[in-house]
Write a protein that binds this ligand. Structure first.
Ligand code: NI
Length: 189
């Protein structure tokens, strides 16, 4: 699902807004049909991908750069559990869980820096969306891929991962999370 328009050489690094910015709490607007393929939308997709990589995130939704539009960028690094998913931009996505199964997993968010918490998410999803050019895409996502999509999709509805935590007990600063959850002490502050 690599989109040829995701070449990030020309892309700009955008400012990521943090919790408290009102756009993060609004329901974003659908991208209008006439905007597909426009320079503005193609550039926004590219800029989201570049900014996501610069900030070392796995996903970034337009509301996180103060654009109240229904699109997000994400990627999935290769792991033992699943193959990599190349950087992808989904516009006007629709998601539907497949089955009832939910799994707990750790999440963080570029708009809520330094924090990690355990969030239950559906294990498997059907996803329908369009590319920035307006081409329809549909696929099934599992595991971490499904988690990333649910997290980013929530941003389009003004929801952040803290809202999805069933208990605040796991909430941890990244440094302490590294030390005590991963058991992998860091030298940082
Ligand atoms: Ni986020």
């Amino acid at each position: 699902m690599v989109d040829s328009h995701l070449d990030t050489d020309a892309a700009r690094r955008l400012e990521v807004v943090r919790l408290g910015h009102p756009t993060l709490r609004r329901v974003a607007d659908a991208v209008p049909e006439q905007d597909f393929g426009s320079g503005r939308l193609v550039e926004l997709g590219r800029d989201l991908v570049r900014t996501m990589f610069d900030e070392e995130g796995v996903g970034l939704a337009a509301p996180q750069v103060a654009e109240g539009l229904r699109l997000f960028a994400y990627w999935v690094p290769e792991s033992d559990d699943q193959p990599a998913v190349e950087p992808t931009v989904l516009v006007n996505p629709e998601i539907r869980p497949v089955g009832e199964a939910r799994v707990d997993g750790w999440e963080g968010c570029l708009s809520i820096p330094e924090l990690r918490g355990i969030v239950p998410r559906f294990e498997r999803l059907k996803v329908k969306a369009q590319t920035v050019e307006g081409e329809p895409v549909s696929f099934t996502a599992d595991g971490f891929h499904a988690r990333v999509i649910q997290h980013e999709y929530d941003h389009l509805d003004g929801i952040v991962f803290l809202d999805r935590m069933t208990s605040m007990e796991s909430l941890a600063f990244e440094h302490e999370w590294q030390d005590f959850v991963l058991g992998n002490p860091t030298d940082g502050p």
